[in-house]
Design a protein around this ligand. Structure first.
Ligand code: FPP
Length: 256
């Protein structure tokens, strides 16, 4: 990684404050279908073109020093889509992992997943395992793919495992619950981006986003590039985050 002053200059060139880059950005990548429809193409064509935006977001996150990037790539609800579309998305995931994993690793990206990955096809599970293992030592950016993920699924799993652990009701705290979520070792996202002009949270990281800033972009996901990613961070930096308390001049929370 380059020096602090390089990082500072790079952020400044984009009009960003290098000391207030969010550590964790989460994205709901939406609008692939509409993007394809506008071009008279199949929905799958939109997903294929969405991969470029994934690449650009990863590159932007690396450049700015974001440490965790969570992408909502396939929700629990997405299983209800036509079989051809589901199959094509799974194939796309496997193909992309095969093609990109060594490049990701070279850039210092560690890959992991959250979600009910046991529900994914075997070939997908095998590729994901391989990609996670081969990048496990990387530490510039953690790329978290939410696959067969929904917050309600995650919370049900958390409750089941808390009960199975034999804890008494009075010992269940917010920390205990957070510790049983799939994101237990990841800081909560400071910023969530949703593309395509939709203003919904769609069962994504509901617990983790209690204090997250939301940036809604009207741009469809395949058109979401570096400028848009950086614009979202700029928007975030223009907000005051209070967490229900008071901020000091360094934007640190003084009281909750
Ligand atoms: C939402 O657009 C997009 C998805 C459900 C899939 C997103 C997946 C990708 C961009 C590929 C992911 C691959 C990797 C390797 C991370 P939509 O189909 O809901 O669009 P619409 O709302 O316009 O119909």
């Amino acid at each position: 990684m380059d020096s602090n002053s390089d990082h500072h200059e790079r952020c400044e060139a984009w009009g960003l404050d290098s000391s207030r880059i969010p550590k964790h950005v989460a994205i709901i990548m939406d609008g692939n279908g509409r993007w394809a429809k506008e071009r008279g193409e199949s929905r799958v064509f939109g997903h294929i073109n969405g991969i470029d935006s994934v690449r650009l977001s990863v590159e932007s996150a690396l450049e700015l020093g974001v440490k965790h990037l969570t992408l909502y790539a396939f929700s629990t609800e997405n299983w209800n889509r036509p079989k051809e579309e589901v199959d094509a998305l799974m194939d796309l995931l496997v193909d992309t992992l095969v093609k990109e994993v060594s490049e990701l690793s070279n850039k210092g990206v560690r890959l992991r997943t959250i979600g009910d990955t046991a529900a994914l096809p075997d070939s997908c599970q095998a590729q994901l395992k391989k990609a996670a293992e081969s990048t496990s030592h990387q530490n510039q950016l953690e790329l978290i793919l939410a696959l067969s993920y929904s917050s309600k699924w995650e919370m049900v799993e958390a409750v089941k495992s808390i009960i199975a652990s034999g804890r008494k009701a009075e010992d269940v705290t917010a920390e205990v619950i957070a510790d049983h979520l799939t994101t237990k070792d990841v800081p909560d996202p400071e910023l969530m981006i949703r593309t395509s002009g939709e203003h919904r949270i769609s069962n994504f990281l509901l617990w983790q986003m209690a204090y997250t800033e939301f940036h809604f972009s009207s741009v469809l996901w395949p058109d979401f590039g570096k400028e848009e990613f950086i614009g979202a961070i700029r928007d975030y930096q223009n907000r005051e985050r209070r967490f229900g308390g008071v901020l000091d001049t360094n934007h640190n929370v003084q009281t909750k």
